[in-house]
Write a protein that binds this ligand. Sequence first.
Ligand code: ZN
Length: 298
Amino acid sequence: MGRETLLTLLIVLFGGLVMQPLALLPWRAPIVASPMVAERTAWRRLWLPVLPMLVVGAWLCGWALREPDPVTTRFDHGMIIGASLPFLAVALRAGLRAVWVLLRQPVELPICTVGFLHPRVVFDPHLARTLDDGSIHAALEHERAHARHRDPLRIWLAQWAADLQWPWPWAHRHFQVWLELLEHARDDEARGLGASGTDLAAAVVATARYARNAPRSAFGVFPAGGHAALLGDARALAARVERLLAPLPGPARAHQRSPARDAGALALLLVLLGAVLAWGALFGNDILHPFLLWTWNA
Ligand SMILES: [Zn+2]
């Protein structure tokens, strides 16, 4: 069997074996005062089952770097392929859905942030004409907060993470909880930068009214990847407006987070994956070779 084919099967097999049990762990929506902290907690919790899969994948990629192509070690092809098939179906489904979000026609949203690496705010001039200056400013601050944190990319990645945890039904619910907290965090960040909660609530309600006849996915129900909208999930509209009309809890600066911290966390993850990849390159065969031989002899 070709090295890359076996590598793919092993990543799917071992990754799935690690991830699926972790997806069963109990998950509670974080109960903390700051939605920014809660959003971060929910984000990490959504990724918790997926991270070990990335570590396993990096280790196997390290192993493959020093493995001859095709693989010369004897192993039972049927056993490896058969055991991988259920996880392969999940990975294929998640990948196709992620690609579909990228390729489909963009949903017509009256105000949203689009673009993964260089996000930009899109504002329908017809909607802008129905809003006063304060509401336009508040809506733009909300979207700029989405752009600063590259939320379109994060939403796309989060949906992929949730899809990898399919078929467990609560994975999608966790994704929705995170999306809701994300909107609250961006609302508070906009207000921390001077936007009025009342103006933002007015903009959100006006957008909901304007988008009433839009396609279902425009309301962020499913799937949400590819853009970060002002509206978010329309089903949570009442609670969101109630939050916006209440005073901002704590000092304004407490609701802002430097995107540099996100870059630091990503750099740390990449260093970890690089170290695991080196480990796999140096000692991967000591573990994998006996496993492959075991499938041959079993
Ligand atoms: Zn938003």
